[in-house]
Every structure is written in C-alpha cells, then in structure tokens.
Design a protein around this ligand. Structure first.
Ligand code: AMP
Length: 368
C-alpha cells in the first residue's frame, strides 16, 4: 500500500470527524483523529488517539502523525491550539475558534464587520438582568456565553421573574441576553476558503430546528439577493481571520434581510446534504482547503433534503425502501435526542423532492 498524499490530524472524532475521514479516502488523504471516547464514531473508520482533547502529549502525538491539524468541534482549548501552531500548521486559525466559542465575542465580531445580528447585552451578574430586559424588550433569550449547543444552555423568558430563574438555572455564569428575532425561517451558509484565498460558497440551506436541535435541511434556498448578502458576510469573516477551511454561519431570515445567529468554524450539520447534493461535499472541500489543494465546485446537483436521525437509527431496510434515500449511520449507541445518523434525498425537481421527503420524514418520525 502506498503512503497517503497527506495525513490530516483532526481534533474530535464524532460524526463530523468520521465523515471527514470517509471523504479523505478517495482523495488519498488519511485522517488521524483525537477523541476521548474509546468507541468514537471516527474510530470505526480511521485511526483515533484516545485521550482528552486538550491532552498535551496526545496533541503532540497527533501533530507528529499529521501534516496539518484541523478541528471537528469548536470546544477545544484555544491556548492548546495556539501552542500546537508552533509544531504543525493548524487550520482554521485559533482566533476564529475563540470567537466562535464565546457568544459575546461572536456577536461583537458580527457587529464589527457590519453583519446584522440580534440586539444583545452582556450579562455578567444578576444586576445586569433588569437593564438588559429594559434594553431588549420581552421575550429575552438568555444564553450561556460558552459551551451551549443544540439548544442547551439557553432559555427563552417572558418576564423578570423567569429571567432571574433562568440566570440561576444556567449556573449564574457569564451570559448574553438577546432580543427576540421574529424570523420567518432559519437559513445557513457553508463557505470554504482555500490556501490561496480562493472563496467558494454553497447555496443557502433552509433549516428547521425543534428544541434547539436541527431536524431537517432543504437546499438550495434560492434567493439571489439573500445569497449575495450571506456570501458578503461570510467573506468578511473569512478574510478577517485569513481563514482556511469550511466556515458555517446560521442566520434568521426576517423580512428581506438576514440576521446572523451564530458561526461554526468547521463543517456543519446543515451542510450534510452536500455529500450527495453538491458537486463537492463540505467534507471533501474542507480537506482540500487544509491540505492546500484547489477547492472543488460547490454547485448543487438539483435539490436536496436531509433529515437527522435522533435517538436511534430506524431499521435500515425500512429507510432504504424509500426510493433514493441515502443513509448515513454514525455508529453511535442509541440515546434520547442524540444525533445518530442522517438521511438525504436528491431530486432534479423541488416539488417532487418535497413530496418524497414528506414520506421519508413520516417514516423517520414513526420509527424514532
Ligand atoms: P442557538 O443555540 O443560538 O443556535 O439557538 C437555538 C435556536 O433557538 C435557534 O435555532 C432559534 O430557533 C432559537 N433562537 C435562538 N436565538 C434566538 C433569538 N434571538 N430570537 C429568536 N429565536 C432564537
């Protein structure tokens, strides 16, 4: 067996790491991943170093094995990433990861780049609550600045009493309070920047969340003006950090404008449809970017719809009986609301896609 062209070290070995590793095989790129779980999803398809994500010896081992190191999770120590940069190239840059880890820094970044975002106020102590609510009006969304994800670490509250209770429930830790955005839909844009500064953007995707967890994505969301705005916003972030790799921003669509909610310095669940639905998947493009290779086309192949499988994977023979269904099972044990897989449909015709997707959705909901 000949050696891979390059070895990519990946911090995190969840489903995103697994799909990065799988995308590497046809390109002759090998992934070595780092994950604390002995049975990580990536460990079933690639070499994984089993250790905490901030373990210095394990990170050194990863750096020694790899030509370049990247991440599949943003909750990694920025200090460790900065240190790692002295040993091996690290993409994306730690400064971008720092901004994405902290909802206050993230919102300040959006504001500094002229990217519309929900009105927000930092909440560092109970005495900040009342002025925040006065500035924002009800309802208020109180979010932990750090470590909240998939709807965890946030509360929507409608009066002062509930706001004080939410602050206590969130552990009296640094938060931001956000004004409520009356949005029509949620959209996201996945972009990628190459080693030479080349930019490529996937089409906007429409996302449906329930209980803060992504349920479905349908792409493209065809709106030329919104697409242009979103591309301008992501380009500004990518340039600010001299970024290399995939970046995702989630937006609220309200009226004729986009309001940025949050960014992820990595491949993203709302980009899973690109595996079958685009010329080059987000995973392949991220690897190409961090490897210093030319980016692939982000053009869609018709229309695509993706549904997350939460809790447990329904019997594959039932899912695959839906014509054209592409199943991705992550090799995870069942647990309530855990993302254990996803299914994608692609069709040249949007209405036909949506009709087929409704049948798939009904099946998934009946089986999970
Ligand atoms: P997040 O963790 O920031 O992605 O928020 C999870 C979900 O909560 C979002 O996808 C929205 O559906 C909802 N949400 C968060 N922030 C706001 C806001 N400021 N206004 C309205 N809905 C929000």
């Amino acid at each position: 067996m000949s050696a891979p062209f390059k070895t990519i070290g990946v911090i995190g070995g969840g489903q995103l790491g697994r799909m990065l590793a799988l995308a590497g095989y046809p390109l002759g790129l090998r992934c070595v991943l780092l994950d604390p779980a002995p049975d990580s999803p990536a460990g079933q398809v690639a070499d994984v170093i089993t250790a905490p994500l901030d373990d210095p010896a394990a990170l050194e081992q990863l750096a020694a094995a790899a030509d370049v190191v990247t991440i599949e999770i943003e909750n990694v120590s920025v200090q460790r990433l900065e240190w790692l940069q002295g040993i091996v190239p690290v993409h994306p840059p730690p400064a971008a990861v720092a901004a994405a880890q902290d909802r206050l820094l993230e919102k300040q970044l959006f504001r500094s780049l002229g990217i519309p975002t929900a009105p927000f106020v930092a909440v560092d102590s109970a005495s900040d609550l009342e002025p925040a609510a006065r500035a924002l009006g009800w309802p208020v969304v109180l979010k932990l600045r750090r470590l909240g994800y998939d709807g965890r670490g946030q509360r929507i509250v409608r009066d002062a009493e509930a706001l004080a209770a939410a602050w206590r429930e969130l552990g009296e830790r640094p938060c931001i309070a956000e004004g409520w955005v009356r949005f029509e839909r949620e959209l996201s844009l996945v972009a990628v920047r190459g080693a030479d500064g080349a930019l490529a953007f996937y089409p906007l995707a429409e996302n449906v969340h329930r209980d803060g967890i992504l349920r479905t994505t349908v792409a493209p969301y065809a709106d030329g003006a919104l697409q242009r705005s979103a591309e301008r916003y992501l380009a500004a972030i990518l340039e600010r950090f001299d970024y290399r790799g995939v970046l995702t921003v989630e937006f609220f669509h309200t009226g004729d404008r986009l309001v940025a909610n949050e960014m992820a310095p990595r491949v993203h669940n709302s980009g899973h449809w690109t595996i079958e639905g685009a010329e080059t998947s987000q995973f392949a493009n991220h690897l190409r970017a961090v490897a210093g290779w030319p980016l692939g086309s982000t053009a869609p192949r018709g229309h695509a719809a993706m549904i997350n499988l939460l809790g447990r994977v329904p019997p594959p023979e039932r899912l695959l009986a839906v014509p054209g269904a592409h199943l991705h099972a992550y090799g995870k044990s069942p647990r309530a609301n855990r993302k254990v897989g996803h299914c994608t449909l692609v069709d040249a015709d949007r209405d036909r896609l949506l009709a087929r997707f409704r049948a798939l959705q009904a099946l998934v909901e009946a089986e999970t």
